[in-house]
Design a binder for this molecule. Structure first.
Ligand SMILES: NC(=[NH2+])NCCC[C@H](N)C(=O)O
Length: 413
C-alpha cells in the first residue's frame, strides 16, 4: 500500500494532523526539575486542556482531521506481544541508571504488563511516581533507585509538542533523535504507532532517519518548503551531521527532495528551533524574528545538493531572501517581522511563540492570541489569522506549529 503520509509543503491545505491533549504529565512537572523537563513554569492543567481543545477546534475549522496521539498509541498496542515489546523498549530507554538495572526493569515491567493499552499509554506519558507503586518492605527496588527523584519513570510534559519527535517529509518519516533526555521516549510512541496502527502498518513508509543515531535532530527545525526543498535549522538541538545524514538518506531513497537549506540560528533557548524564529504563512510570506531579519543578508546558509556523481556538494550563501527566492523559484518574497519589528514587542512576542504560526492553508494560519502586535501585522499583510488562547500552553515554550504533527496536506497551493 502506498504511504499514508503526504507533506510537500508547510502551507498546503491541511488534511490530517496528530496532536496530544496535555494530561497528568503536566501536573508531574515539579519545581526542582523544571529546567531538565524543558519548562519555564508549571501550566495550570485544566486551563491548558481548555486552551488545547480550542486549538483542536481551530485546526478542524477548515476541514482537517485531527488525530490524537493517545488514541493512536492505544490502538497500536492492542496486540499483547506489541504491548509487551513497547513496555520493554520504554523501560530500557528510561533513565534507570542503577547498575543493578535488571531488578528495576523486572519490577516495573511486571507493574505495567497487566494494564490495558489505554491505561498503559496514559501512565507512561504521565510518569510513574514512586508512591503509586506499592513496594513491599522486603523488596529491593526502593534502595536501587536514585532516592531524590520522586519518579520511577519521568513524566513526558513536552508530549503536546508533537512536532518534534518525528517528522513527515514527503511520503516518508524521520524518527528524530531528540537532543534532551527528557524527550527521548516521545519518539518511541511514533515508532510503535507507525509500525502497528492499522492506518499505517500495512503501508510502505520510507524511513528517512533513525532515532538511534548519535546526532540530534528535532522536528521544530525541519521545514518542508516545497516538493524539492527543505530548510533545516542548524540550532541548539539539530547537528550538522544529522542534517547531512538525513539528506543522504533522502537521496538514497530517490526522494523528490533535491536540496536542503541548512539555516544557522543562534544557539540559545529563546531560539531553540528554526520554527521559533521563522515560519511560512503563504507561498511568498514568512514571519521572522527581527534579530534574524537584521542579519538576513549576512547569515550562514548552506545549501546541500547532489552532483552528477551523487556526491553531496555544499554551496554557502548569506542572503536569506535571495536564497529562498532562488530555491523556491519565487519572484517576490516578504519576510514579516514579529512584534512589528519593534525590539521589546518582538522579543516578548517571540518568547511567547509569536512567529510559531501553523498554516491550515496558504494565507490562513493559527496563532496565539496573546501576540496581538504580531497578529495585527500579519493581518495587515492579508493573512487570515485564527487566534487561540495561550495563557497556559505557552509556558512550555512552544506555539501552534510545535503542537502539530501534520501527516497529510494537499499538494496544490
Ligand atoms: N517545535 C518547537 N519549537 N518545539 C518547542 C518545544 C518546547 C519544549 N519545551 C522543548 O524545549 O523541547
Amino acid at each position: 500500500m502506498t504511504s499514508p503520509f503526504n507533506i510537500y509543503s508547510e502551507i498546503g491545505s491541511l488534511e490530517k494532523v496528530i496532536i496530544h491533549r496535555p494530561g497528568k504529565e503536566i501536573e508531574n512537572i515539579y519545581p526542582d526539575y523544571l529546567e531538565a523537563l524543558l519548562f519555564d513554569d508549571i501550566p495550570n492543567l485544566r486551563v491548558a486542556q481548555k486552551e488545547h481543545d480550542q486549538f483542536a477546534k481551530a485546526l478542524q475549522s477548515k476541514g482537517a482531521e485531527v488525530l490524537y496521539l493517545t488514541d493512536l498509541a492505544t490502538e497500536a498496542l492492542k496486540a499483547e506481544e506489541t504491548k509487551k515489546a513497547f513496555i520493554k523498549d520504554f523501560i530500557k530507554l528510561s533513565q534507570l541508571t542503577h547498575q543493578e538495572e535488571d531488578k528495576v526493569y523486572t519490577y516495573l515491567y511486571e507493574y505495567l504488563a497487566d494494564r490495558e493499552p489505554e491505561e498503559l499509554v496514559n501512565m507512561l506519558i504521565s510518569g510513574i511516581r514512586k508512591e503509586e507503586v506499592k513496594v513491599e518492605t522486603d523488596l529491593v527496588l526502593p534502595g536501587l533507585i536514585d532516592s531524590n527523584k520522586p519518579f520511577y519513570i519521568d513524566p513526558l510534559p513536552n508530549m503536546y509538542f508533537t512536532r518534534d519527535p518525528a517528522s513527515i517529509i514527503g511520503h516518508g518519516i524521520s524518527y528524530n533523535r531528540m537532543d534532551h533526555t527528557a524527550r527521548k521516549n516521545e519518539t518511541l510512541f511514533m515508532k510503535y504507532i507507525t509500525a502497528h496502527h492499522p492506518l499505517f502498518s500495512d503501508s510502505d513508509i520510507p524511513q528517512v532517519n533513525d532515532d538511534k543515531s548519535r546526532f540530534p535532530i528535532e522536528g521544530g527545525d525541519i521545514l518542508v518548503l516545497s516538493q524539492d526543498t527543505l530548510a533545516i535549522g542548524l540550532s541548539a538541538r539539530t547537528s550538522p551531521e544529522a542534517i547531512e545524514i538525513l539528506f543522504k538518506k533522502l537521496r538514497s531513497l530517490n526522494s523528490p527532495i533535491k536540496q536542503v537549506i541548512a539555516v544557522e540560528i543562534p544557539k540559545k533557548r529563546a531560539f531553540m528551533h528554526l520554527d521559533t524564529v521563522f515560519t511560512q504563512l503563504d507561498t511568498n510570506k514568512f514571519t521572522v524574528h527581527p534579530a534574524v531579519m537584521k542579519i538576513a543578508d549576512d547569515m550562514n546558509l548552506y545549501i546541500l545538493r547532489e552532483n552528477s556523481n551523487r556526491q553531496v556538494v555544499v554551496e554557502r550563501k548569506s542572503n536569506l531572501i535571495e536564497t529562498l527566492k532562488s530555491c523556491l523559484h519565487l519572484n517576490e518574497l516578504e519576510l514579516i517581522p514579529v512584534g512589528d519589528g519593534q525590539a521589546i514587542e518582538a522579543a516578548r512576542e517571540q518568547w511567547n511563540d509569536g512567529s510559531n504560526t501553523f498554516a491550515l492553508a496558504p494565507g490562513t494560519v493559527v496563532a496565539y492570541d496573546r501576540n496581538y502586535v504580531t497578529n495585527d501585522t500579519l493581518k495587515s499583510y492579508g493573512i487570515d489569522v485564527i487566534e487561540v488562547p495561550s495563557s497556559e500552553l505557552a509556558r512550555g515554550r512552544g506555539g501552534p506549529r510545535c503542537m502539530t504533527m501534520p501527516i497529510s496536506r494537499k499538494n496544490s497551493l
